[in-house]
Design a protein around this ligand. Structure first.
Ligand SMILES: [Ca+2]
Ligand SMILES: [Ca+2]
Ligand SMILES: [Ca+2]
Length: 382
């Protein structure tokens, strides 16, 4: 199969009766003036819960930590499948659902539409993979999924991320190009960005982790062409995004090689980091898998899904690459646009009280903890 992998196993999903607590939490959704309702509830063998949303293409699974109660905004990660593959296929390959409980994020695994050959695909870049020119708006569809999840769940707006293999990697790049206002970081595997820089104009920096095997004969590491559509290589993709992010085009060694692919003996993966003088501290990282093919093997046949090498590394990387949060000017107690001695004096005059204006950490007393926050921001302009 082009760009995809054999589905070794489909994640076991057992439908379970809804519990009352969760049903109560879902009740407000039933009142929303939309048809985007969660249709049924399941639990899985992995501990995380699965619920479903629907944006007109059928049920899309959203995995939640089993202790999810909506009280805390959580990061959101999407996985995008390759050409001819599907949602369950990419989940059984990445096994990212295994990380949902321990790292506390929401995890969505959508599916593209089916083309004339019967293959699910994403309309990623001009090179991949809307082969029959349907012009289906997957970019808009996926943005709507983000917005639905934001409406239905508690999402950390600074921590929305995409990963994907092959066609799903191309689509991850497109999401970064067109929805940089929402997407904090992407980790495309064996999929590349637009060849023409002018086809992508991200509105703000996006962190990128590009992962690619040097022996990839499907999407070649150094770039290539399908008929009349050409695509850039791995390094070129990384440098293009280094440029978009306003960084110096200087790569640094990311440390010792490590093992990501069992099909290649030893530690085949090395990292190059581009993070000098970037806008908003954005970073680009290139993981070069020397000798790896298009579909690296992240777990051996005898390994369980919890032993997948990709899932812990990539979820950590994505969750550590958030959007910068705007500076909170809470310590500007007198609202004059600068945090200075006047604010310090105002805090001291409220010392020991529960004055909410000076109780910066909201623990109902103005004390040394609040003073430390103020001093940490001292001199800053709001
Ligand atoms: Ca290896
Ligand atoms: Ca002030
Ligand atoms: Ca306090």
């Amino acid at each position: 199969m082009l760009f995809s992998k054999d589905v070794e196993e489909i994640l076991p999903v057992n439908e379970a009766p809804s519990n009352t607590k969760r049903m109560l939490r879902l009740m407000p959704h039933l009142l929303l003036p939309s048809a985007l309702l969660i249709t049924f509830l399941t639990t899985t063998a992995i501990g995380a819960d699965v619920e479903y949303i629907n944006n007109g293409r059928g049920a899309v699974p959203v995995y939640l930590p089993s202790n999810y109660d909506g009280s805390k905004p959580l990061p959101l990660i999407f996985s995008l499948h390759g050409y001819t593959d599907n949602g369950p296929g990419v989940e059984s390959y990445f096994n990212l659902s295994q990380q949902v409980d321990s790292k506390e994020f929401l995890y969505c695994v959508p599916q593209g539409t089916t083309d004339l050959s019967g293959a699910p695909f994403w309309n990623g870049t001009d090179a991949c993979c809307d082969i029959f020119n349907t012009n289906v708006d997957d970019s808009g569809y996926l943005r709507e999924l983000i917005e639905i999840i934001q409406a239905e769940y508690s999402v950390d707006e600074f921590s929305i991320h995409f990963t994907g293999i092959s066609n799903g990697g191309f689509m991850s790049y497109r999401m970064a190009c067109e929805h940089a206002d929402l997407v904090a970081s992407i980790a495309p595997l064996a999929g590349v960005t637009f060849l023409d820089l002018a086809d992508c104009s991200p509105s703000e920096p996006v962190h990128v982790l590009h992962i690619h095997g040097t022996a990839d004969s499907t999407i070649e590491y150094d770039g290539g062409c399908f008929f009349f559509s050409c695509y850039p290589g791995a390094e070129e993709s990384a440098l293009t995004w280094t440029d978009y992010n306003g960084c110096d085009l200087v790569g640094e060694d990311g440390g010792p090689a490590f093992n990501l692919d069992w099909d290649v003996g030893g530690n085949e993966t090395t990292s190059t980091i581009y993070e000098q003088n970037c806008n908003q501290n954005a970073t680009v990282e290139l993981w070069t898998m020397t000798g790896s093919e298009h579909v690296p093997r992240f777990r051996r046949n005898s390994d369980g899904p919890e032993q997948n090498l990709f899932a812990p590394l990539i979820s950590d990387w994505l969750l550590n690459h958030r959007k910068p949060e705007p500076f909170q000017c809470d310590a500007d107690l007198n609202d004059d646009g600068v945090i200075d001695t006047d604010d310090l004096l105002a805090m001291l005059s409220a010392w020991g009280s529960n004055d909410p204006a000076a109780d910066l950490d909201e623990n109902n007393i103005v004390n040394i903890k609040d003073l430390l926050i103020l001093l940490g921001d001292f001199g800053k302009v709001c």
